[in-house]
Design a protein around this ligand. Structure first.
Ligand code: PRP
Length: 202
């Protein structure tokens, strides 16, 4: 049995669509059910940010998760395949007309992506105060909670509608199939077989 953690949220539909095509079967988590069993595979319906946790602890052999989420967790997992979906970037959001002021002694950044933002400023040897938020990040610079934000940009609409402009990009992201290291070596044939099946429908 292979267990695969699938994400809820923005990439859920496209991910299920890929598995549906690869398995040639309907993929629906019925009602409020969180486990789905098919052809000797077990699928878990997991919150986006929790996918790497299930895979890291071996509760799932495989998972599907955005690179941005994976980067935040800093876990040692195997990236098997870029699913080429859920494409977005992690970028700065700035108040209209403003630029990142690198001469400031300390910049305040509101973000869900604490580690990614921290690394960016470390590489520039700049002091930064990170304010961790869990959503509605765009609000922070508008009410003076922070100088700017670091957030996911897909279409750019959310920033635009909130009077922000998209600033420099920190990283590009898309959904990846990931594997637990031990699982990969113990169940290599089955995992590679699944990888190939999915690759065929990308
Ligand atoms: C992300 C992000 C923005 C929005 C950007 O949130 O935090 O609010 O999407 O998309 P856009 O550039 O197309 O407007 P998401 O929908 O992932 O929800 P979350 O806050 O629950 O992560």
């Amino acid at each position: 049995m292979l267990t695969i953690a699938l994400p809820k949220g923005r990439i859920a539909k496209e991910t299920l669509d890929k598995f549906q095509k690869a398995f040639n079967e309907e993929f629906i988590f019925e009602d409020r059910k969180l486990i789905l069993e098919k052809q000797n595979f077990r699928f878990l319906n997991v919150r986006n940010q929790d996918v790497p946790t299930y895979v890291m602890h071996g509760a799932a052999d495989l998972g599907v998760v955005g690179l941005d989420v994976l980067e935040e967790k800093e876990y040692d997992l195997i990236k098997l395949l870029d699913l080429q979906l859920g494409k977005c970037k992690v970028a700065f959001g700035l108040r209209k007309g403003e630029e990142l002021d690198f001469s400031k002694s300390e910049i305040t950044v509101a973000t869900k992506h604490e580690k990614i933002a921290k690394k960016y400023f470390e590489q520039k040897a700049m002091a930064v105060e990170i304010i961790k938020l869990y959503g509605s990040i765009e609000l922070a610079p508008l009410v003076g909670l922070s100088d700017c934000i670091v957030d996911i940009v897909e279409t750019g609409t959310t920033m635009k509608q909130n009077g922000l402009e998209v600033g420099p990009t920190i990283m590009e992201s898309s959904a990846h199939l990931i594997a637990n290291k031990n699982s990969f070596y113990a169940k290599k044939d089955r995992i590679l077989d699944l990888k190939n099946r999915i690759q065929e429908v990308i």
